[in-house]
Design a binder for this molecule. Structure first.
Ligand code: NOJ
Length: 494
């Protein structure tokens, strides 16, 4: 996310010494790991799968990917899924979060022809998980729009895609209703819209900063809501499952006690997460986002706000479309208010009007974009409780990247230990209704624009070996033991 980022040395916040919580995780607390189709499956055009916007992006714009790689083979999980499931089982995890590739089920994105080989792949995967007594948690859309829908309609800028997504979702509910009970409609809409239709830094690369991304936000919310209602009306009674959209944000801690900086923190979190969370949990866009975009739009000479209106009917349709709150979170910035930026081209960053920065002594993984700031997660969880009510919260992603791929990944262990400790603090000290924690990830993957240069797996994948061998890192044993003992230190108390 491109807010202005400065690294300054104003003051430092001590992190490393936060004490690790010594309570046990509650007995019914669940642990899992997450992955996504594009990042691990490979088999990009195998057995009838259609092309996605990420296949197209990597094939046609190799310079956009750090190592000019493609997701063509990735971890080869299309062929090695049994091995992945065995690793999940060996770690003693309750569930495995994975995504279905829209274009493996519907190669053109349209509901005219179901690709039976694609259906078989997921059926086999679900059967393997059942055998291993591991529950699937299934994302329907993890950024992999079928390329024809981008070519024909302009992707998420066109409302037609709202209906097509709902039809695809319905097909999945029908096909997999005996296999799946935990559903996710869409993963991280902020990245889809801001990077894909705002800055254009990610597939499909549409540059429409401060304009397209808000149109995308509206359509993606409607798509999520439509899929939710289809589930609610036609499948819930029989499937007895649950469904939500994954929202995400970095935490932005006020850079000082001043009112301006407190407001800057609230404002940026509302732009990053509230843009998607508020319509679902409270109804309508966050007021501060409505006000800021209207103000800037007017000064820029727009006749109406760049933020599309949600009608009363749309507000009512989107509000309440959740069975739980699904959250991805990785790291934290400090944030200060700034003077109003000069009027120029529309821009999401100037709409937010903050400066974000990190004290230089915050630890991070080697070469990582992720600073290790466990208390940031706790502050975010408390913010969510305050802002959306005491919803059940499911952490659907959290983890540390590094660019070395080392097997001796002590940083990753201290990341997990610190963030899981922050979860315990939130549960026991703040009364947050957090029930589930998902690590990203069990195996290395194709990290979108970072290709195969950023590693987040507890197992290393050798991407130059045709076998794509998986080798445990130190963190795999640590995490396995943590799941078994439900405790972050040597001895825990109830
Ligand atoms: C969030 C995304 O959902 C996931 O696809 C990605 O790999 C992780 N962040 C780590 O970068």
């Amino acid at each position: 996310m491109k807010v202005t980022v400065l690294i300054v040395c104003l003051f430092s916040t001590s992190l490393a010494d936060d004490p690790i919580n010594t309570r046990y995780f509650p007995k019914d607390f669940k642990f899992g790991v997450a992955n996504a189709a594009t990042q691990i499956e490979g088999g990009w055009n195998e057995d009838g799968k259609g092309e996605t916007i990420w296949d197209y992006w990597a094939h046609n714009y190799p310079e956009k990917i750090a190592d000019r790689s493609t997701p063509d083979i990735a971890c080869d999980s299309y062929h090695k899924y049994k091995e992945d499931v065995a690793l999940v089982k060996a770690m003693g995890l309750d569930y495995y979060r994975l995504s279905i590739a829209w274009s493996r089920i519907l190669p053109t994105g349209h509901p005219d022809k179901i690709n039976q080989a694609g259906v078989r792949y997921y059926k086999n995967l679900f059967a393997e998980l059942k055998e291993a007594e591991v529950e699937p948690m299934v994302t329907l859309y993890h950024w992999d729009l079928p390329q024809p829908l981008q070519d024909e309609y302009g992707g998420w800028l066109n409302e037609t895609v709202v209906n097509l997504f709902a039809e695809y979702a319905k097909i999945c509910f029908e096909l997999f209703q005996d296999d799946v009970k935990m559903w996710i409609t869409i993963n991280e809409p902020k990245q889809v819209c801001h990077d894909g239709y705002g800055t254009g830094g990610a597939a499909p690369g549409v540059v429409s900063n401060g304009v397209g991304e808000y149109v995308c936000a509206k359509n993606i919310l409607l798509a999520h809501a439509k899929a939710y209602h289809v589930y609610d009306d036609e499948f819930r009674a029989k499937n007895q499952g649950r469904i939500a959209m994954v929202i995400d944000t970095t935490w932005y801690e006020p850079g000082s006690d001043s009112e301006e900086d407190q407001e800057a923190s609230e404002r940026i979190v509302q732009f990053m997460l509230g843009l998607y969370g508020n319509p679902i949990f409270n109804g309508n866009w966050p007021q501060v986002v409505i006000n800021r975009v209207a103000l800037r739009s007017e000064q820029e000479g727009f006749a109406t706000s760049r933020l599309p209106v949600l009608t009363d009917e749309e507000i009512a349709y989107i509000k309440g479309t959740y069975d739980y709150l699904a959250l991805n979170h990785y790291s934290t910035y400090m944030v200060n208010a700034t003077a109003e930026p000069a009027i120029g081209d529309p821009n999401f960053g100037t709409d937010t009007n903050v400066v974000a920065w990190r004290p230089p002594d915050w630890p991070s993984g080697s070469g990582s974009w992720i600073a290790i700031v466990p208390w940031g997660l706790r502050h975010l969880l408390v913010w969510l409780k305050k802002t959306y009510g005491n919803q059940e919260i499911v952490i659907t992603e959290n983890g540390l990247s590094d660019n070395t791929g080392t097997l001796e990944d002590d940083d990753r262990i201290s990341y997990y230990q610190g963030y899981l400790s922050a979860c315990l603090d939130a549960i026991y000290e703040d009364g947050v209704n957090l029930t589930t924690y998902t690590a990203w990830s069990i195996i290395d993957d194709w990290e979108w624009g970072a290709g195969y240069t950023s590693f987040l797996g507890m197992y290393r994948v050798n991407f130059t070996d045709p076998e794509r061998t998986r080798t445990p890192r130190k963190s795999a044993a640590w995490f396995t033991n943590m799941v078994k003992t439900r405790c972050l230190v040597d001895t825990c108390t109830e």
